[in-house]
Design a protein around this ligand. Structure first.
Ligand code: OOG
Ligand code: NI
Length: 468
């Protein structure tokens, strides 16, 4: 029998996690059901246009997960598991000084990079690591006790790591080993039945509920699994009408008449789940924790660095207008700002180099004897090329912080008189032992490759720069 390749491992792993999470958090199944209803309705309404940012097969299967680990070593181990699945660290997110609430973690996303891998299965996992060295959150004594606690646990068994390394080296695993690998890998993300040490958990919770969820328990677990939906406002309304308490708003760009860009997300509040506790007197009791929740997202077009700058300016403008008029719903304020600030068509986003597209020769262009113009704007305007939007495959730090904080019950405590601890993409790469990809570079390379082909087809003398 031939090997199970890494893309197939990834798609089977994503399915296994979904089954696990559906058993553990049944509300997840409702979310998936409603997402699928909404997607089917959008396809009925818009036909092929609905698939402009991904085929319905890809979108229906698409999920992202989130996990949280405690130490650099745990992060480097989980990165070996993800590498076996063809998922590589991409992007660096520092949530420690995030508004509305700082969270003592830095994060990256493990995801496929190549477009054909993404098309096969785009499963990605937002992965956060506790920064217990950060004095704004943890004093030296707590840091030391956290380090001791975390050093005693092993999240990923040796057998799993060995199989993972073999899968990475060989691009897959023989069927039997693949099965074993998937059993072990999925098992690592199940909620642990081990009792939680009440006093220790509560002490960490006073600093940060996320710190308690990471460093107060014996294992990690999948925190949420997020389906992709084609109309997130419709989904939000339908969930509410089913009586499910959603967070206040959709995070990210507003609903508006122009193209969807980046990422819009929303979630329902974490549900109370029964957990066992070890009380200070040694007895075992049952209680509950609210940690895991449901999230859903709609993906738009990836923005170029200048598009992203513009996006950040627009967000700042929305924030300002809400300072002047706090009674305004954020959606309304943002929609106004968007209409004034962002081009409302794909072609204009392309012409102004605000969003990423791949370019392809327009085979339907009638031959009129003209020579193709030398620049990209000319090629777009003269219908020589068609532009296909590049989907944003990453995350937004502000939305991530919003999602984290809307699900925290305890406020936590931050001592801002203390300095932070430096963490950046390079530091993360050292910890993981492999390069951390920069999202914008991946998108730019895709665009560049398409332009190389356009140049080839139009013949020499075409010096198309990739920025109009
Ligand atoms: C991660 C929160 C961020 C997203 O989609 O932005 C996130 C977490 O709660 O661990 O998942
Ligand atoms: Ni998420």
């Amino acid at each position: 029998m031939s090997a199970v390749e890494s893309w197939e491992l990834r798609s089977r792993f994503a399915r296994r996690l979904a089954e696990l999470y559906g058993r553990e958090v049944p509300a997840y199944l409702t979310l998936v059901e409603v997402s699928q209803e909404v997607n089917a309705d959008v396809i009925d309404r818009l036909g092929a246009d609905a698939e402009r940012l991904g085929s319905i097969d890809r979108v229906s299967a698409e999920r992202h997960g989130a996990i949280r680990v405690g130490t650099p070593e745990e992060l480097s181990q989980v990165s070996r598991v993800f590498a076996a699945l063809g998922m590589y660290p991409t992007g660096f997110y520092d949530l420690r000084d995030a508004a509305p609430q700082p969270v003592p973690v830095v994060s990256t996303a493990f995801r496929p990079i190549d477009s054909d891998e993404l098309a096969r299965n785009p499963f990605r996992v937002f992965t956060s690591m506790l920064v217990s060295q950060d004095r704004r959150f943890f004093d030296a004594d707590l840091e030391r006790r956290l380090a001791n606690f975390l050093a005693r646990r092993q999240l990923f068994p040796d057998e799993l790591l060995r199989l993972a390394d073999r899968a990475s080296a060989e691009g897959g695993l023989p069927p039997e080993q693949a099965e074993r690998f998937l059993d072990l890998a999925t098992g690592c993300f199940a909620l642990s039945p081990e009792p939680v040490d009440r006093a220790w958990y509560s002490e960490l919770e006073r600093v940060s509920a996320v710190a308690a969820d990471i460093g107060g328990v014996e294992s990690t677990h999948i925190n949420h699994l997020t389906p992709r939906v084609l109309d997130i406002d419709e989904l939000y309304a339908r969930m509410k009408s089913r009586g499910i308490e959603m967070i206040k708003e959709v995070q990210g760009p507003p609903r508006w008449r122009g193209p969807d860009v980046l990422l819009r997300q929303t979630s329902f509040r974490a549900l109370a789940e029964p957990r066992r506790f070890r009380e200070p007197d040694g007895s075992i009791s049952t209680g509950e924790l609210r940690v895991r929740f449901g999230e859903v997202e709609a993906r738009g077009i990836a923005l170029t660095p200048s598009g992203r700058d513009l996006y950040d300016q627009l967000v700042a403008r929305v924030d300002e207008s809400l300072v002047y008029d706090p009674s305004l719903p954020r959606q309304d304020a943002a929609e106004q700002v968007w209409e004034q600030g962002l081009p409302d068509s794909e072609v204009e986003l392309a012409r102004r180099d605000l969003a990423f597209f791949t370019y392809h020769i327009n085979r339907d262009r009638p031959r009129d004897g003209r020579e193709p113009p030398p620049d990209l704007t000319g090629l777009i305007d003269g219908n020589w090329v068609v532009a296909e939007p590049v989907v944003y495959e990453d995350f937004l730090p502000r939305s991530a912080a919003g999602i984290f904080s809307s699900n925290l019950t305890e406020k936590g405590s931050v001592d801002s008189s203390q300095g932070g601890t430096d963490r950046d993409l390079g530091w993360l790469a050292d910890v993981i032992g492999r390069a951390v990809n920069i999202p914008e570079e991946i998108y730019a390379a895709q665009r560049e490759e398409s332009l190389r082909q356009v140049r080839g087809a139009l013949g020499p003398g075409q010096d198309i720069s990739n920025s109009p």
